[in-house]
Design a protein. Structure first.
Length: 175
């Protein structure tokens, strides 16, 4: 007979969430953060709004001014890793302003060419339709780069690992 507990153990580590770290002394965060309108993956690009009570909210970026969702992960119990966490609907989270020169590192990026390595200086953009960072590592710009609202550059291709996931450090070029 199956159980939710056994399913959780079997699937542990299979659905790792994006994690990252801020790499900038001048992080400008939104005072009091924002409340997530839906479940969100950490280190996503979000947009801000307001709810009926006048509180700031955030949701996955579609238009307007982009911000970086950089919630602080909590360790809750045994058998959980940092890759298990995501931002739940209704949670208050830290949101950082994206400005030129701002640096952060993330995991779970999409490569334009899976067979080629990531190198410093390659262009990156946030694909809002797929909620992922796309690295133009094929010698030319990825098709979505020209029209992307959030443009970055790889400043450290091997920024270490967190929970077995490779980090890549970016710097904001345009947001």
């Amino acid at each position: 007979m199956a159980s939710l507990f056994l399913d959780a153990i079997r699937n542990q580590g299979k659905n790792k969430k994006r994690i990252g770290e801020l790499n900038d002394w001048n992080v400008k965060t939104l005072n009091l953060g924002a409340i997530a309108e839906t479940d969100l993956e950490n280190y996503s690009i979000v947009e801000l709004g307001f709810n009926e009570a006048g509180e700031r909210t955030c949701k996955l970026y579609t238009a307007g001014t982009p911000y970086l969702l950089c919630a602080v992960e909590d360790y809750i119990g045994d058998f959980e890793t940092i890759s298990s966490f995501y931002v739940g609907k209704g949670e208050r989270v830290r949101v950082a302003k994206l400005e030129e020169g701002f640096r952060f590192a993330v995991t779970k990026c999409k490569l334009a060419n899976e067979g080629k390595a990531v190198k410093e200086g390659q262009k990156v953009h946030f694909d809002k339709t797929e909620n992922t960072y796309v690295i133009s590592n094929d010698g030319s710009d990825h098709a979505g780069y020209a029209t992307a609202e959030v443009k970055l550059v790889v400043v450290k291709a091997d920024a270490g690992t967190i929970d077995g996931q490779q980090k890549i450090r970016f710097e904001v070029v345009e947001a």
